[in-house]
Ligand binder design. Sequence first.
Ligand code: UT7
Length: 329
Amino acid sequence: MTSDFSYARIIGTGSYLPERRVSNQALAEQLAARGIDTSDEWIVERTGIHYRHFVDEGTSSSDLALQASRRAIEAAGLSPQDIDLIIVATSTPDMVFPSTACILQHKLGITNGCPAFDVQAVCSGFVYALTMANAMIGTGTAKRALVVGAEVFSHLLNFDDRTTCVLFGDGAGAVVLEASEEPGILASALHADGSHVGILCVPGNISGGQVQGLPLLTMDGQAVFKLAVGVLEKAARAVLDKAGLKDSDIDWLVPHQANIRIMQSTARKLKLPMEKVIVTVQDHGNTSAASIPLALDHGVRSGQIQTGQTVLLEGVGGGFTWGAVLLRM
Ligand code: UT7
């Protein structure tokens, strides 16, 4: 397949949060019953999180991805059969295999045989997936890509560890990317440093039908925090340089929604007022690969992000991975 257009542009966004919304106070009460001490004050002050959404039993990443994808496809004015590439960023796939993207393809009723695969880059997964979709559109491999971040992190949480279980939630976000005569995606920068595998991981596996190791999230929060604030500024500068733009050209920063203090630090370094930062962490906590498309969709549907504006997406997380995508809406 060849394409007449070498750029890719977002033509629709969508997101979905499971119905069960849990406040800090409600979570603190549940944890107190297990002898774990935390409070609404601590969570708000250290993270900016007020609520997270958790799935009910039996709901998987592909279910959340399905809702977000339908909304993105509808916003793009397309039908599912128009999609010719599906990439799902997730660290909480429905199964070991096949990919959540294949399961999503089936749930969407797409029967055109388009390629579908998952990307595993934890909280940077969405910027990785978007960069891959952009490259595949640029080479004519696809014309209309569905790029999704979907997670059920509640399945990985250790509710006896207050340093992590209050931080994460479930959700999904999606975009439809279409081949275009004009950018679209202006530049991207992706990075990884595997020497930091241990600071944020789920150190478990399945072998011979048995779980090996600990299949629960563990994190050295301070180490992640320090690395994140350093690399996010560098990634932003890299994509601005590649696109020949400066800090002041950014209309909106849509960062990974892990901690309001990391977002404030990044904004300060880029001399962006917080009015130019889309912040949704208060409503859903850290949803890993879903957090950037969730925030992007919020920015678009609230009327803040407008067509023609320049938007910087930034992700950071387990791996250690990080990356940025600069785009024109
Ligand atoms: O998505 C991937 C990216 N992930 C991130 O970006 C996460 C990055 N890290 C962070 O956001 C922060 O490091 C945390 C929010 C995880 C922690 O905030 P912090 O300001 O670095 O707190 P801390 O780890 O220094 O802990 C301060 C105190 C400790 O008590 P002591 O030792 O000072 O007595 C902790 O035991 O807070 C205590 N603490 C808690 N207290 C009440 C830790 N968790 C809790 C809790 N409730 N849930």
